[in-house]
Design a protein around this ligand. Structure first.
Ligand code: BGO
Length: 267
């Protein structure tokens, strides 16, 4: 049986560079069914039984662009054995918006922080152990362009894929939001597997009708939506987005040290 590893990240994060470096000429290019979004897959160099699936570059797992729908349908429907989430280390705050959603899927994740060659020149530091703890996933530094760290990232993904278990998702939203998410998760017992509950609960609270349609059974979360909207005096989609930004700010505050302005760069 072959192992499936998905490559997910923002546009311009270096995904194509990494995909090419990991697969070489061993690639198949086509289209995702029914849409003109390019589908690329390839065998991991040196591993006949490991397939890398290059997902379209996206900023979020919301249903607003074709690329997002293709990527999330694959992640939810096909459930790869592991995900390599490539993150542009020079733009980490923005990239983490997608990462926080990827961590909710219940699939093992290796976060590959790319562009480390550029970051090294700026003097900014990303504290990997802290990041790992705050996100609940493995984190490695890479330069897709120079090829550094990419073998270790891929091998870690293969290892996690074979273990078949994702780390528990980190619950870092506000107490109120977490308590409402937990109530919705309670309604999903027997409908989605335990490790996917957080993703589905959040999407239902966001009134994501494509996810509601995709679920075999309709789940009424109107009372939880009302509870959250009354508590925050806002709509649930904005509430969840805001919760993510607050969580990301706390990650950046604890895990990234910026080089002091005016400090001489070491090149
Ligand atoms: C151009 N380090 C550095 N320094 N650059 C990288 C790295 C890295 O680790 N990884 C990728 N890049 P894509 P998506 C370019 O194309 O893989 C660069 O969208 C240019 N092109 O080389 O395409 C990579 O698939 C002219 O840069 O990303 C590429 O995710 C001038 O990041 C860009 C400068 O990588 C995006 C760069 C004509």
């Amino acid at each position: 049986m072959s192992v499936k590893i998905a490559l997910a990240g923002n546009p311009n994060s270096g995904k194509t560079t990494l995909f090419n470096a990991l697969t070489g000429s061993n690639q198949f290019v086509g289209n995702w069914p029914g849409v003109t979004v390019e589908k690329k897959e390839g065998k991991l160099k040196g591993h006949k039984d490991v397939v890398i699936m290059d997902l379209p570059g996206i900023y979020s797992l919301s249903p607003y662009t074709l690329e997002e729908v293709v990527a999330r349908n694959y992640l939810i429907g096909e459930r790869p054995d592991a995900i390599i989430n490539i993150v542009d280390g020079t733009n980490i705050e923005r990239n983490l918006y997608l990462s926080t959603q990827i961590m909710e899927l219940g699939i093992p994740v290796v976060m590959a922080i790319n562009m480390m060659d550029i970051l090294a020149k700026t003097g900014d530091k990303i504290h990997l152990d802290k990041l790992k703890e705050k996100l609940g996933c493995d984190v490695v530094e890479i330069s897709a362009l120079k090829g550094t760290g990419i073998k270790a990232a891929a091998e870690q993904a293969v290892k996690l894929a074979n273990q078949k278990s994702a780390g528990a998702p980190v619950h870092e939203f506000s107490t109120k939001a977490e308590s409402v998410i937990e109530q919705v998760e309670g309604k999903l017992s027997g409908i989605v597997s335990d490790d996917q509950k957080r993703f589905f609960a959040i999407k239902l609270l966001e009134k994501d009708d494509k996810i509601q349609t995709q679920m075999k059974q309709t789940v009424d979360v109107s009372s939880e939506i009302k509870e959250l909207e009354d508590a925050f005096d806002d709509d649930t989609e904005s509430i969840i987005t805001n919760e993510r930004y607050v969580y990301i700010s706390s990650i950046i505050g604890e895990c990234v040290t910026k080089a002091k302005k005016g400090e001489k760069l070491t090149t």
